[in-house]
Design a protein around this ligand. Structure first.
Ligand code: ADP
Ligand code: ZN
Length: 764
């Protein structure tokens, strides 16, 4: 993506956009309110007497006999409804107003992705986050006769009058000692003082302690930029200084921070965060995978003394509310989060970092389809802040922006502290095949044993969850498929079920073939990570094994515990899917075996090769990050493939050059633009009819091309039949106006849906 505001039809507000109009007594009578629903734009309401409102204010308004939460938007939408017919705004919600840069971001994303602005607003307006964070009952000590208590606000001394002396049992003394000057929730207090709740009640009755409310979520500490400053190498110091300068400039600029895994990119970008803390602005760090946050949080705390706020969709509601408020009030200075953190109401954002910027996990595929990396850049622009994109294997999109001079480029060329890059070699599976029905080549098995013999750790990587990706009947050849999707069911043996990775459909594993009724003929085909674990258990019975997969390791806590066990050498063999690939720093891990290096190439979409290089380079980067040199073995059937050659030689530059040369002539991204239309309907004919109509009305112009319609590779998904069309334009042609005109020309019948995916990443 490139920020050419004029192209997507949004006018660029001044950087540092400020709140404009005032609605209400002094200003206009019309108040535009955007509601978190897929309407075409804001609705006008009438200003109520005495209620002065400004853009960004969160309000309650009547809509279809209900009260709805909305946000006062920036310009009245016009006289479609007469002034006299407008309904009045009901009330202003007691919550911090939505800052102007976030309103601009909502408008921008809506117009870039062709989504209704209210649907984008819904992501920024987690309505339950608006409710003030809850307070719970706590206790504090009541000063006793003859003692004094300084109240912090007045600094005055309050002497309590003499009361009857109360007995201070050892239990009561413990309670008072724990309390000190603090307010502590009841349950916590009882636990920490090791007393029963009756002791606490008794003390309250005796007037020794009194009830006081405390926030249910402890307040966020202030990160201290000088807490533990690192000693940088000369190269790191130069990059850190450049990043600090960007933050101190307080203006928009995008920089790619590129360096091999283990070169200290994280260490260095934390300096940008330190600079941001010194300027008292807020910082946002986006991570592709929230499982990664565990190690990041620990590192952050080592560097700054306290943990940052964490934001992702699975936060508990108390924490979510407290975090949202703390961000809105500026009390939380640094947030690390998944892509939804882009929509937090930072009043003064001074830095945006996107770590592992090449990751496709930044693309949201449901609802509003947007790329969080690109929108992070837009958010930085509206906040007059620098954006730093970080990767060891940058996306071709970002590299193209560097080449065009739009993004600056900072590099770290070697691993920190003399650690060398791992030696990568292919195992040709045609020459050294595994035994029948097995998946690990004897060459890899030997290499793992050698590592164990030296007391080092090894990792087996396979980017596939479950036991086997396909189950078929050996008698009749029937394959178990999902009833709702064009997909095979994946066996999850540990859970004793088959499941569809697209729609979540599950079924018990059958013992007889559902078609020919033969008994005991259903056979698993191909490996998933569970099956590799089984094979490893037979091969290395003495090794302590740990499996890391997104379904067995659901949250950051489980991942943190796993990371701790690995760092503490409580594990010999780590087996995992792509969640082990990213960002982790395991100093004792020296061998990485990639079980199926060819896996990602099979799909064959535009970025299959790029993604495989990125993923495998990332996995390889887990090996040998400390003193002991690392080794990587790629099991492949085509060691001569350019992707394998790039990985083995370590010459990523040559690979990138070849990839660019392949994409440039056909105007494929990043040298052209793509937008996909996905037509879906319950009935195949309805989908076909609509897709054909779109095909007949396809835009025709120089530099514009339409591919399709064709059945999507996932021709049926969740019971809906899907057809795809792909719009491809030259890079200097914006896709949004073309899409708008195109969609306006075709009537989409009821029951048929046309989803728009601008800059598609998935082609399924
Ligand atoms: P990257 O993000 O490029 O993979 P990291 O920032 O994770 O690299 O650094 C790799 C390892 O080296 C980490 O354990 C990090 O703490 C350590 N490291 C990097 N630079 C320094 C430094 N200047 N001083 C001390 N340790 C460092
Ligand atoms: Zn399915």
């Amino acid at each position: 993506m490139e920020i050419r505001i004029a192209q997507s039809g949004v006018t660029l507000p001044p950087q540092n956009a400020t709140d404009g109009d005032i609605f209400g007594s002094r200003g206009t009578r019309r108040v535009p309110v955007l509601l978190p629903y897929p309407f075409v734009g804001p609705f006008d309401y009438a200003a109520s007497p005495g209620l002065v409102l400004a853009p960004g204010d969160i309000v309650l308004v009547p809509l279809n006999r209900r009260q709805e939460v909305g946000v006062v938007w920036d310009a009245p939408s016009g006289p479609a409804v007469a002034d006299t017919k407008l309904k009045p705004v009901s009330a202003r919600v007691d919550a911090p107003a939505m800052p102007a840069p976030l309103r601009r971001l909502v408008d921008w994303i809506a117009s870039y992705t062709l989504s209704p602005p209210g649907q984008v607003l819904a992501m920024a307006l987690r309505v339950n986050a608006l409710v003030p964070p809850p307070m719970v009952a706590g206790w504090r000590a009541v000063p006793q006769a003859g003692s004094v208590r300084l109240t912090p606000d007045t600094n005055s001394v309050r002497l309590t009058p003499d009361t009857n002396p109360v007995r201070l049992t050892p239990q009561r003394q413990r309670v008072l000692a724990v309390l000190g000057e603090k307010i502590i929730p009841g349950a916590d207090l009882a636990r920490r003082a090791d007393v029963g709740s009756s002791v606490i009640r008794g003390m309250a009755d005796a007037g020794l302690i009194e009830a006081a409310p405390v926030p249910a979520v402890p307040p966020f500490g202030r990160p201290d930029p000088g807490f533990r400053e690192p000693t940088f190498s000369a190269a790191q110091a130069a990059v850190a200084a450049a990043l600090r300068a960007l933050v101190n400039a307080k203006s928009f600029a995008v920089t790619l921070l590129d360096g091999v895994t283990g070169s200290g990119k994280t260490e260095v970008y934390l300096e940008a965060v330190a600079a941001c803390l010194e300027t008292r602005r807020q910082a946002l760090v986006l991570l592709p995978e929230i499982a990664l946050s565990a190690q990041f949080l620990a590192r952050f705390e080592r560097r700054f003394g306290v943990a940052p706020a964490l934001w992702h969709s699975d936060l508990g509601s108390r924490t979510r509310r407290a975090t949202w408020r703390a961000v809105a009030e500026g009390a939380s200075q640094v947030v690390v989060g998944a892509r939804s953190a882009l929509f937090l109401p930072f009043p003064d954002l001074g830095l945006v970092i996107v770590d592992e910027e090449h990751e496709t996990a930044f693309k949201q595929e449901d609802g509003v389809v947007y790329h969080a990396r690109d929108m992070a850049v837009v958010r930085a622009r509206f906040s007059a802040a620098p954006a730093i994109l970080v990767s060891a294997t940058p996306s071709l999109e970002t590299l193209a922006n560097v080449e065009a001079g739009r993004y600056a480029h900072l590099r770290l060329l070697s691993r920190h502290g003399g650690a060398s890059m791992p030696a990568i070699a292919a195992i040709d599976m045609r020459d050294a095949p595994p035994p029948r029905g097995k998946f690990l080549s004897p060459v890899l098995v030997e290499a793992v044993r050698a590592r164990f013999a030296r007391g080092e750790q090894a990792m087996l990587f396979l980017n596939r969850r479950g036991y086997a990706p396909l189950t078929l009947c050996r008698a009749c050849g029937h394959r178990l498929a999902c009833p709702n999707c064009t997909a095979w069911l994946v066996e999850h043996r540990a859970r004793r079920e088959l499941s569809c990775h697209h729609c979540g459909h599950t079924a018990p594993a059958p013992t007889v073939c559902p078609v020919c009724a033969a008994e005991g003929t259903m056979a698993p085909i191909g490996p998933g990570v569970e099956r590799i674990t089984e094979e490893a258990a037979e091969l290395f019975p003495a090794a302590r094994r740990l499996v890391m997969a997104s379904d067995t390791m659901p949250g950051p806590h489980a991942a943190a515990e796993a990371a701790r066990a690995i760092e503490a050498r409580e594990v010999d063999l780590l087996i995992g899917t792509q969640i082990v690939a990213k960002g982790w720093h395991f100093p004792h891990l020296t061998l990485v075996g990639v079980v199926d290096a060819d896996l990602g190439l099979a799909g064959g979409d535009l970025r299959a090769a790029e993604r495989t290089v990125q993923l495998l380079h990332q996995v390889a980067g887990r090996a040998g990050r400390a003193e002991a040199p690392g080794e990587v073995k790629l099991q492949t059937f085509s060691p001569e493939h350019p992707v394998m050659q790039a990985l083995i030689s370590g010459d990523l530059a040559a690979f990138y050059a070849a990839e660019k040369a392949a994409r440039r002539p056909g105007h494929w991204p990043p040298y052209g633009r793509l937008a996909a239309l996905i037509v879906s309907a319950e009935h195949a004919e309805a989908a076909d009819r609509c897709a054909r109509a779109l095909g007949l009305n396809a835009p025709m112009a120089p530099g514009v091309e339409v591919l399709g319609p064709t059945p999507a590779p996932l021709a049926v998904l969740r019971g809906r039949h899907r057809r795809r069309l792909l719009l491809k334009t030259r890079r200097d042609i914006a896709v949004q106006p073309i899409l708008q005109a195109w969609l306006a020309a075709v009537v989409v019948p009821r029951g048929v849906r046309v989803d728009v995916d601008v800059d598609p990443v998935s082609f399924l």
